[in-house]
Design a protein around this ligand. Structure first.
Ligand SMILES: NC(=O)c1ccc[n+]([C@@H]2O[C@H](COP(=O)([O-])OP(=O)(O)OC[C@H]3O[C@@H](n4cnc5c(N)ncnc54)[C@H](OP(=O)(O)O)[C@@H]3O)[C@@H](O)[C@H]2O)c1
Length: 373
């Protein structure tokens, strides 16, 4: 399978890093860049149509960003009989229906897992769930930058501008953070999620979004005083055929699993009758996590990503180490591994699971549990 890659920045470089040398059956043959002068890869070209019109190329992978010329290039690739993979949420939010219609008309695949939630297989799960049931709603922490800022403000009491500066220092926020902090990025992901969940294309301009630009430390403190945590949540709901999609900060209850998502992580939830609520979390951005999702899409198109051989294996529990809580009326036999002994219970020293298993073989009458680090 031959790939033409459009854009060789953060995500594009991750894609070549994962593919080059690791998948003999997949080759990135050409890479579109703006300027040939800086780096020297023999695959570089500045002519997009050299890729889009190349009959040898099976899949065009777009990682340039922006609406144009990305939209025209992806549409042309599909019209020219190529499969297309894109990580471009802004372009997709504006043109997903036209591109999906074009892919359908030309019997090609259009895949866009990386556009929503980086490495989290969110689009895949929406599509899989939709094979069995009607998804009724989704919600998610869809933007890692704002989640980092909110987590920092919640943990340290920092004000918004200090938390934003820190996010910029760590590379989580761009120099112009508007798309993140004003909720645009999450709104694009809501549009893409609504398309995959409900098969409905909503104009991103029609998606209300309230960001966190004007959030103050006192707002976080007010939420905390009520046992709540502020998160920026994107939501979509289909109620008797009527779609609603929006993004806004929410004061979540402290026991809501979304409230526990820290740092720059993402979490998505979908709801339907047969599953109830299912959730998916992980790294929503970054070069390799996002490229991972792009390459998964390529492998899905080539159907060569699943290993076809299996081998038997021993279970190497001697490599698993932990400390364990043991309780029971008679704790004899555990003296040699005990680090703290109490009336009716003890904590072990760090030990291997193999050692614990050997001790437990003689003892069916005690309760044991791992003490998480
Ligand atoms: N970074 C992430 O973690 C992440 C996560 C999920 C999705 N995405 C999406 O993935 C896409 C790429 O993001 P990125 O972070 O990789 O951006 P990036 O680092 O700016 O890379 C984009 C690359 O494409 C090049 N480019 C832009 N327009 C071009 C054109 N017309 N012809 C040739 N080259 C062109 C850029 O060149 P110049 O630098 O010279 O402009 C740059 O090298 C975006 O749509 C983004 O929203 C990114």
């Amino acid at each position: 399978m031959k790939i033409g890659l459009l854009g060789h920045g953060v995500v594009g470089k991750g894609v070549t890093e994962i593919i080059d040398g690791h998948f003999p059956e997949i080759t990135v043959t050409s890479i579109l860049v703006k300027d040939l002068s800086e780096e020297n890869d023999p695959r570089y070209t500045t002519d997009a149509y050299q890729i889009l019109n190349d009959p040898q190329i099976d899949v065009v992978v777009e990682c340039m960003g922006g609406i144009e010329p990305a939209y025209t290039y992806v549409r042309t690739a599909l019209e020219n009989g190529k499969h297309a993979v894109t990580s471009n949420k802004k372009m997709l939010a504006h043109h997903l229906k036209e591109l999906a219609d074009t892919a359908e008309a030309h019997h090609r695949s259009l895949r866009f897992e990386a556009s929503c939630g980086g490495c989290i297989p969110w689009i895949h799960e929406l599509e899989r769930t939709g094979r069995i049931d009607n998804i009724t709603s989704f919600r998610g922490i869809m933007n890692g930058t704002t989640n980092y800022i909110l987590s920092d403000m919640t943990a340290s009491g920092a004000d918004f501008s200090a938390a934003l500066k820190e996010a910029q220092k760590l590379g989580y926020a761009e120099a112009d953070p508007s798309d993140d902090i004003d909720g645009n990025d999450a709104a694009y992901k809501c549009c893409i999620s609504a398309f995959s969940a409900f098969h409905k294309a909503v104009d991103p301009e029609q998606v209300p979004r309230f960001g966190i630009r004007h959030l103050a430390a006192k707002d976080i403190a007010n939420a905390q005083a009520d046992g709540r945590v502020i998160k920026l949540i994107g939501r979509g709901c289909l109620d008797y055929g009527r779609l609603s999609v929006y993004v806004m900060p929410v004061m979540l209850k402290g026991d809501d699993p979304m409230s526990l998502v820290s740092s720059n992580l993402n979490r998505f939830e979908l709801s339907c009758r047969t599953l109830g609520t299912a959730s998916f979390g992980g790294q929503g951005a970054g070069s390799l996590p996002t490229a991972h999702a792009v390459v998964q899409d390529i492998l899905s198109i080539s159907d060569s990503g699943i290993p076809r051989t299996w081998e038997t294996s021993d279970n190497h529990i001697e490599t698993v180490r932990g400390t364990y809580y043991v309780s029971g009326k008679d704790l004899s036999g555990f003296e040699s591994v005990s680090a703290q002994c109490h009336d009716g219970w003890l904590l072990t020293r760090e030990m291997s699971l193999q050692e614990l298993t050997a001790l437990m073989q003689e003892r069916q009458d005690v309760f044991v549990c791992e003490v998480s680090r």
